[in-house]
Design a protein around this ligand. Structure first.
Ligand code: SF4
Ligand code: SF4
Ligand code: FES
Length: 472
């Protein structure tokens, strides 16, 4: 491999890699604004300028590929003077509203200003201000904070496939806006907030809810479709506040869709059944009960009956196997089927729902259910008197013909009014487990919060169910 020297450290690189990426690998930080590894390089902010021996002028590290024998310096007086000048220039119009800005604590402008800027400004003129039109339900715009890095424009053009963010006017009055001031239409709009290096584009959903430094972060996987994008779930006080994209170049690169980003809301939905609930012989709807009584109803309703097991393809491999084992040991002749997306019953029927990330299967583990040998459920099935339905929170409940129903998992009350019993279990952010995406990649779910209400792991519920109410 070819080698170069960055701040005295020898660094190997692949031909074509830019100086920023090579420097990162050997622990040298070069500040950037317009550069993003998932977008084309435009080299317009000049923040990343470095000194390269035998070059008379500073060179932008984002647009300069490393070369054999190249010697780079990132902390010389010339480099430092440039960084201070760029920061002063970018901040002349920037409002001092960090205390009320949602980006505060995770803002590149704030961080670079602190690390590389000057504590003084010579600017005494009036600051430029803009009026901000609404950009739709996902993004809140505040162009007074914009540094014109154009990451948002490039994201729309190159990733979302829609030219909806544009720069209008010129010079000091350059303004980033949507084409004809329309609302954003991409289903990937949340990424604008992730990549904006300032508080100019922030998430409406997260706005003023939590300061970023209070959030605890868990690296896990989205359950919104069979791609399994890598995400970071951020919580405080056992409440999830935000979900952002996590880099995985083989699965989702740097991006996630809005459906996946906001999917977690059902976890805290006030209609979610979080206590065991049963329907008495005369009662019209479910009422809360104890675990003992809930399990007793489940046992009685299914005892001596023809039973079918329905397993959501939003459950993990481990949960699928536990259900198979339970069915085999307690209901020997009961068939086990999976369900999840009515139009996608097998991995052969799955495929891309758009050219970006979304897949047709709206559950994360269709592939895993097939690997366990579980067949898809046919809604015309009538061969059972009782259906025991296991669901993770995402799988679409199937139509069930004249069967009594018992639910184990994540359900909202209106979905299951007609069920005999609900035994609440864990959503994808409350448990660990394995899912297999459409590419055949095994990925791990990790718990970001503790189980809500009285919900328990499926393994625990089945163990008590199998042992007649007493733990083994
Ligand atoms: S809105 Fe954000 S991403 Fe877009 S140009 Fe301005 S600072 Fe850059
Ligand atoms: S594409 Fe699928 S896995 Fe990725 S974020 Fe969207 S819903 Fe989640
Ligand atoms: S990051 Fe290199 S010029 Fe902007």
């Amino acid at each position: 491999m070819p080698k170069c020297i960055i701040d005295g450290r020898e660094a190997e690189f692949k031909p074509g890699e830019n100086i920023i990426e090579v420097a990162k690998r050997v622990g040298v930080e070069i500040p950037v604004f317009c550069y993003h590894p998932g977008l084309t390089v435009v080299a317009q902010c000049r923040m990343c300028a470095v000194e390269i021996e035998k070059n008379p002028k500073l060179q932008t590290a984002c647009s300069t590929p490393a070369a054999e024998g190249m010697v780079v310096h990132t902390t010389t007086p010339k480099v430092v003077q440039n960084q201070k000048a760029i920061m002063e220039f970018l901040l002349i119009n920037h409002p001092l509203d960090c205390p009320i800005c949602d980006k505060s604590g995770e803002c590149d402008l704030q961080d670079n200003s602190y690390k590389f800027g000057s504590p003084y400004s010579r600017y005494t003129e009036e600051r430029r201000t803009y009026l901000d039109l609404d950009m739709g339900p996902v993004i809140k715009k505040n162009m007074n904070r914009c540094i014109h890095c154009t990451r948002c424009i490039r994201f729309g053009d190159e990733i979302a496939g829609i030219h909806e963010m544009v720069a209008v006017k010129r010079g000091n009055w350059t303004e980033i806006t949507t084409l004809n001031s329309k609302e954003l239409t991409t289903e990937y709009a949340g990424n604008y907030a992730d990549i904006c290096p300032t508080g100019s584009l922030t998430l409406k959903d997260f706005r003023f809810k939590k300061r970023s430094w209070f959030l605890k972060k868990t690296a896990t996987v989205c359950e919104g479709c069979s791609r399994g994008c890598n995400i970071e779930v951020q919580e405080d006080g056992n409440t999830i506040y935000r979900c952002i994209a996590r880099e995985n170049l083989e699965v989702n690169k740097y991006w996630i869709c809005d459906e996946g980003r906001f999917n977690y809301h059902y976890v805290h939905d006030s209609a979610r059944v979080l206590e065991p609930a049963t329907k008495g012989a005369t009662a019209a709807s479910l009422t809360s009960t104890t675990w003992e009584q809930g399990l007793e109803v489940a046992r009685n309703v299914s005892a001596g009956k023809k039973v079918v097991f329905l397993v959501g393809s939003d459950l993990t491999l481990e949960e699928g196997q536990q259900i198979l084992d339970f069915a085999k040991s307690k209901y020997t002749s009961a068939p086990v089927y999976h369900f999840g997306t009515p139009t996608v019953k097998t991995t052969q029927e799955d495929g891309e729902a758009d050219p970006i990330l979304k897949m047709k299967s709206k559950t994360s583990n269709l592939n895993g259910m097939e690997k366990l040998g579980i067949k898809p459920f046919d809604p015309s099935f009538t061969g059972a008197e009782v259906a025991i339905v296991f669901r993770g929170g995402r799988a679409k409940l199937p139509e069930l013909k004249s069967m009594k129903r018992i639910g184990v998992g994540v359900f909202n009350l209106p979905q299951v009014e007609s069920y005999e019993a609900i035994l609440p279990s864990l959503s994808f952010v409350e448990k660990s487990g394995t899912i297999i995406n459409f590419q055949g990649k095994e990925q791990k779910l990790k718990p970001a919060i503790r189980p809500l209400g009285q919900s328990k792991a499926i393994a625990e519920i089945l163990m008590v169910w199998a042992n007649g109410g007493k733990k083994a």
